[in-house]
Design a protein around this ligand. Structure first.
Ligand code: SAM
Length: 221
């Protein structure tokens, strides 16, 4: 079936383009051991984020939704030594595992992991007068996506890249009757993007080891 093919093709790509990496593989193993859900980006997606950061020379990254830090490690590795990645995670167990994974990846100096509800953390960052970010990756609780987009714009400068994950959801995104609050959150996210003159965005559908989904990619004007 199709899913099977997507997985095999992802494996094919991974074997050719993504070298074995014990740090990343151990991070996934540690997540599994600690019972974290496997909602991390796939290796091909992680590398995509890494390349995107290198391509636009981002130095300051904000991630909303750390889980075990798998995407965090992919992204932080693309940063120069004076770069910074702030990542927000609600669940203290996820944060604990992430902190260990980030430390094993020797990225603790570049990464600031903040534990707590992202909306509270974002308000806190604001009150601390945080500098704008060059790239913002939104990957937490989908019902809050509209709020995260507003904060992302608030912490942006012209040229900031904003990425939102899981915006296709097996195609459920077009089901306006969906009772799934994640789908409705994603739909509101699109509506906000459509009405937001400060950002130019697109969405790309993807298939692979994580099924049929996709991401939004935008640039702040
Ligand atoms: N970016 C991660 C990766 O690719 O490795 C995956 C993140 S996972 C899809 C979503 C994470 O967001 C979970 O760890 C969850 O605990 C966290 N989360 C859920 N609600 C949150 C909230 N209100 N504030 C901060 N984090 C939240």
């Amino acid at each position: 079936n199709a899913t099977n093919t997507w997985e095999k093709v992802d494996q094919y790509i991974k074997e050719r383009l993504i070298p074995h990496d014990t740090v990343l593989e151990n991070a996934l193993a540690a997540n599994q051991l600690a019972g974290l859900p496997a909602y991390d980006v796939s290796p091909t997606q992680g590398k995509f984020l890494n390349l995107l950061i290198q391509m636009n020379g981002a130095k300051r990254i904000l991630e909303i939704g750390t889980l075990g830090g798998y995407s965090t490690i992919w992204m932080a590795r693309a940063l120069p030594s004076d770069g910074k990645l702030v990542t927000l995670e609600l669940d203290p167990i996820h944060a604990q595992v992430a902190s260990e994974n980030i430390s094993h990846a020797q990225l603790s100096e570049l990464v600031e992991l903040r534990v707590g509800d992202a909306l509270e953390q974002l308000a806190q960052l604001d009150s601390e007068g945080v500098e704008p970010f060059d790239l913002i990756f939104i990957d937490a609780d989908k019902p809050n996506n509209p709020h995260y987009l507003k904060w992302a714009l608030h912490f942006s400068h012209p040229g900031t890249v904003i990425i939102g994950d899981n915006v296709i959801r097996d195609g459920e995104v077009i089901n306006e009757e969906s009772q799934d609050p994640r789908v409705q959150g994603v739909r509101k996210f699109y509506d906000l993007l459509a009405d937001e003159p400060r950002i130019s965005a697109t969405a790309i559908q993807t298939v692979g080891s994580k099924g049929y989904d996709g991401f939004v990619l935008g640039i702040v004007k």
